[in-house]
Write a protein that binds this ligand. Structure first.
Ligand SMILES: [Zn+2]
Ligand SMILES: [Zn+2]
Length: 386
C-alpha cells in the first residue's frame, strides 16, 4: 500500500559531484558544457570563465575573458557579448557585442533556430538582435525590469516576466512584435520563467515564494499554484522527459516537483459577513453583531474550499499537495476530515543546497544539476532519476 502512495517519479537525494571554487565574485550565470566535464560561468566582476575538470578531480579555470564596460553619457551602456569557444575549450574569441541596453542586462536567450539573441535589461526594454548581422531587430517596453525570459520556437511567442509580477506574452516577427496577452497572478515580482514546449505550460517563480503553472497550450486557462518555498523562488528548470520541475529558493532549498501529478486550481476566496460554518458574524458586520449581541470574529479562509470561516471552525492545518500546498495551510474542520492520507502524500522532494542560490542549470541528458550561490561557489550535483 505504501508503495502506491509514493508518487512514482520521486527522486533520490541529489549527490554532490563537485564544487567549483575560486570565483572572484558571485556567479550570476553558469552552464554545464555539453558532453564535457566543464562549466562556463559569467560572474559579477564581468568575467567569463571556462572551468574544466582536471585529473585531480578538481575544476580549474581554463580560460577567462574580462568584458569591457563602456560609459555613454550619463548611462552605463551594457552590452550582450558573444564568444566562440575553441574545440579544446582553451581559447575564447569575442565575436561581436550587441549594444542592447541602457542599463544592466538581466536576461539573455539565444535562439539558434531563428538566429536571434533576445535580451532584457534594467532599462525595462526587451530587445532582439540578429546573431548573424548583429543588427537590432526590434524592442518592446515592459512595465518593469524583467528577470524571466522564455521563447517558444514553434509559435514564436516570447514570455517576459517582470518585477511588477506580470508576465507579458509577445508574438515576434522578424522586425516587429505584437502583444498577445498579460498574466497577473503573483503578489511579488517574477524572478524566473520556465517553458515546457511539449505540454505547452509556462512556470513562473516569484519573490512571493510561489510558483504558478500557467496552462497555455491546453486552452483550459488554468493557473495552478505550487507552494513549496519559504523564501523567494530564484530559478526554475524543467526536465521534459521525466516531467520534473526543479525550483530553487533564496534560502538554498531545492524542490523537485513531480509534474505527472494532476493538480487542481486553488478556489476563489469567498466573501461573507459571517462564518460560513457556524454563522457567527465577522467583526465588520455591525448590524448582525448588534442584533445578536455577539462580538465579531476575524475572517479566515479555508485553502481547500475557499469558504470564509472563523478561527474556531478552522483550527486544524493540513498540507494539500494536489492543490500545490506542500506545507500545512489553514483548512476548515470538514475539509480537514475529508483529506485522506493518500492525498497528503508529498508530490515534491525537498533538498538543501547549503548555499543561497542565484542561478541553476540542469543538464537533462546526464542528470547534472548546477547551482551557483552568493558564496561564489558553483556546485554540480548528480540527480539520479528513479
Ligand atoms: Zn465558525
Ligand atoms: Zn473547507
Amino acid at each position: 500500500m505504501a508503495a502506491e502512495i509514493q508518487p512514482k517519479a520521486l527522486t533520490r537525494k541529489p549527490v554532490l559531484l563537485s564544487k567549483v571554487e575560486g570565483s572572484q565574485d558571485v556567479v550570476s550565470m553558469a552552464a554545464i558544457v555539453p558532453k564535457e566535464d566543464g562549466v562556463i560561468s559569467v560572474s559579477e566582476d564581468r568575467t567569463v570563465r571556462v572551468w574544466l575538470k582536471r585529473e585531480s578531480g578538481q575544476y580549474w579555470p581554463s580560460i577567462y575573458h574580462a568584458m569591457p564596460c563602456k560609459y555613454f553619457g550619463m548611462f552605463i551602456l551594457y552590452c550582450v557579448f558573444e564568444f566562440i569557444l575553441s574545440e579544446d575549450y582553451n581559447k575564447m574569441t569575442p565575436v561581436k557585442s550587441y549594444q542592447a541596453h541602457q542599463g544592466r542586462v538581466m536576461m539573455i536567450l539565444f535562439v539558434l533556430e531563428m538566429e536571434w539573441v533576445l535580451s532584457t535589461g534594467q532599462d525595462k526594454q526587451f530587445t532582439w538582435h540578429c546573431s548573424e548581422s548583429g543588427q537590432r531587430l526590434g524592442g518592446y517596453r515592459t512595465s518593469a525590469g524583467a528577470c524571466g525570459l522564455q521563447f517558444d520556437v514553434e509559435t514564436r511567442h516570447v514570455f517576459i516576466g517582470d518585477h511588477s509580477g506580470q508576465v507579458t506574452i509577445l508574438k515576434l516577427e522578424q522586425e516587429n512584435c505584437s502583444l498577445v496577452t498579460t498574466f497577473k497572478g503573483h503578489t511579488g515580482g517574477v524572478t524566473a520563467l520556465c517553458w515546457d514546449p511539449v505540454q505547452r505550460v509556462l512556470f513562473s517563480g516569484s519573490s512571493d515564494h510561489s510558483i504558478i503553472m500557467w496552462d497555455i497550450g491546453g486552452r483550459k486557462g488554468t493557473a495552478i499554484e505550487l507552494q513549496g518555498h519559504n523564501d523567494k523562488v530564484q530559478c526554475l528548470s524543467y526536465a521534459p522527459h521525466t516531467r520534473q520541475l526543479i525550483s530553487c529558493g533564496a534560502d538554498g532549498g531545492i524542490v523537485i516537483w513531480n509534474m505527472d501529478v494532476e493538480r487542481q486550481e486553488t478556489p476563489e476566496w469567498l466573501d461573507s459577513d459571517s462564518c460560513q460554518k457556524c454563522d457567527q458574524p465577522f467583526f465588520w458586520n455591525f448590524k448582525q453583531m448588534w442584533d445578536s449581541k455577539k462580538i465579531g470574529l476575524r475572517q479566515h479562509h479555508c485553502r481547500k474550499c475557499g469558504k470564509a470561516v472563523c478561527g474556531k471552525c478552522s483550527s486544524k492545518r493540513s498540507s494539500i499537495p494536489l492543490m500545490g500546498f506542500e506545507f500545512e495551510v489553514r483548512v476548515c474542520d470538514s475539509c480537514h476530515e475529508s483529506i485522506t492520507d493518500e492525498e497528503r502524500a508529498p508530490t515534491a522532494t525537498f533538498h538543501d543546497s547549503k548555499h543561497n542560490i542565484v542561478h541553476v542549470h540542469f543538464d537533462a541528458t546526464r542528470g547534472w544539476l548546477l547551482t551557483s550561490g552568493t558564496d561564489k561557489i558553483i556546485k554540480v550535483r548528480l540527480r539520479r532519476l528513479l
